[in-house]
Design a protein. Structure first.
Length: 101
């Protein structure tokens, strides 16, 4: 839960998810143009989104033989309730509890 919320707390990542949701799957270079950020920065944000399970990637060969890494948004739904937070807190490690101090 924390990984998902952390991933979505960044405006660039929200724009990436929104762009992929609206336009469908896309490869790094085109997505970088659509979102308006550099490819290295986009790659960093996509990695965080992928780690959180919000996007997936698939490497494919284009007709001219180039390897293109396509990303698409996963179908997700986030429902938050006090009970869910209570359960999630039970899974926190001592280190993660200290980070909130």
């Amino acid at each position: 839960m924390l990984r998902v919320f952390s991933a979505l707390a960044n405006p660039h990542r929200l724009r990436i998810v929104a762009t992929l949701s609206a336009n469908g799957r896309n490869y790094i270079s085109q997505l970088a143009r659509e979102v308006g950020i550099s490819r290295p920065l986009l790659h960093l944000h996509l990695q965080k989104l992928e780690e959180a399970g919000l996007v997936t990637s698939k490497l494919e060969l284009s007709d001219d033989g180039k390897a293109l890494n396509y990303f698409e948004v996963t179908d997700f739904k986030i429902v938050v309730s006090p009970r869910m937070i209570e359960t999630a807190v039970q899974t926190l490690t001592a280190d993660s509890k200290k980070q909130g101090d």
